[in-house]
Design a protein around this ligand. Structure first.
Ligand code: FE2
Length: 334
């Protein structure tokens, strides 16, 4: 049995997971997340938090799986994409463990890991993947040995749009309460659409920056907050669904898989369900435990990669803050 430890620290979560190559596949998934009391995430403060919490999270994961680092076949690390200071925390720990315990080091792309954990936990096989998180918005499908990006945001990510607006409007942090984003919840009380809010889809790409600016302007103008949230939500989610539908049509794939921290929205799910039905595709959504950043997804993807000969010398394990999913060969998925 192959056993891989995975470390995630690309943004504000330090996660440690352990994966094995037989059911139940994931035997530990522990994490700690930095949530600033006010304002946005400061990269330096976030990385300090990750470094402080890492030993405890690692110990919790080993305890949960009743195992030790000696028992591992390799150490998988998310080398990117992400924030430099955060990436360095996890990379430093992973390198130290690999050297100290003489284990192979396995480089993992964070985006690819979001996709792979989505596949293994939902049973989807060859879907159009909708990857939605605080830092990423992309529609992706596998073709000829790699995940290919069929459309993506040209500026800010969907999660960033929702969180930034919530922060400016005084709705958060925290941005997600009982599994529902505060913008989603606020929109439930909205009753009418605000006019002249931009819906920007260019070819297969999306732009949310103008929508954020227009929403903030409406707020300043004194428009009803609930109506702004409703309009923002409907426009943003519809844009994502539009490019997803077109990708399904072009690729003729018969599955849609939604992954990443914003995957859980029930309103987005409604729209995706409608689109999936229309295209006779099956809809899969990553379970909440594996939607946000987590160590299990790094461990699992590391296991797939290691089984196909992927590892990296410690001296070459540089972090890659801008590492794209379409730069990664996936020998485990031809
Ligand atoms: Fe992520």
């Amino acid at each position: 049995m192959l056993k891989i430890l995975g470390i995630e620290s690309t943004a504000h979560t330090i996660g440690v997971g352990i994966a094995i190559d037989e059911k139940p596949y994931i035997i530990a998934n522990e994490r700690a997340s930095y949530i600033p009391e006010k304002g946005g995430i400061h990269p330096r403060e976030s990385s300090r938090f990750l470094a402080e919490k890492a030993p405890e999270v690692l110990a919790r994961a080993l305890r949960a799986a009743s195992t030790s680092i000696d028992d591992m076949d390799g150490i998988a690390i998310a080398l990117g994409p992400g924030l430099g200071p955060s990436l360095r925390v996890g990379a430093t720990i992973a390198r130290a463990l690999a050297l100290r315990y003489k284990k192979p080091l396995i480089p993992v792309n964070h985006g690819v890991a979001h996709i792979e954990i989505g596949l293994i936990t939902t049973g989807a096989r060859d879907p159009v993947v909708v990857y939605l998180s605080g830092g990423n918005t992309a529609v992706i499908a596998h073709h000829s040995g790699r995940y290919r990006v069929f459309g993506e945001t040209l500026d800010i990510a969907l999660g960033n749009l929702l969180d930034t607006f919530a922060r400016e409007a005084g709705l958060g942090p925290p941005y997600v309460v009982n599994g529902l984003h505060v913008v989603d919840r606020c929109a439930e009380e909205g009753s009418k659409f605000i006019e002249d809010m931009p819906y920007v889809v260019k070819g297969q790409d999306l732009s949310f920056a103008g929508l954020l600016t227009a929403s903030l302007r409406a707020l300043k103008r004194g428009a009803k907050l609930e109506d702004i949230c409703l309009t923002l939500r409907e426009i943003a989610y519809s844009m994502v669904v539009e490019v997803t539908e077109r990708c399904v049509s072009h690729t003729r794939k018969r599955e849609i898989l939604v992954v990443g921290g914003v995957a859980a929205s029930p309103y987005l799910r409604d729209k995706m369900e409608w689109a999936a039905k229309h295209h006779r595709a099956d809809l899969y959504i990553v379970p909440p435990e594996y939607a946000g950043d987590n160590g299990a997804m790094i461990a699992w993807t590391g296991l797939l990669a290691y089984k196909h000969g992927v590892s990296i010398p410690v001296g070459e394990s540089y972090i890659k803050p801008r590492w794209r999913v379409d730069e990664v060969d996936t020998p485990w998925r031809i």
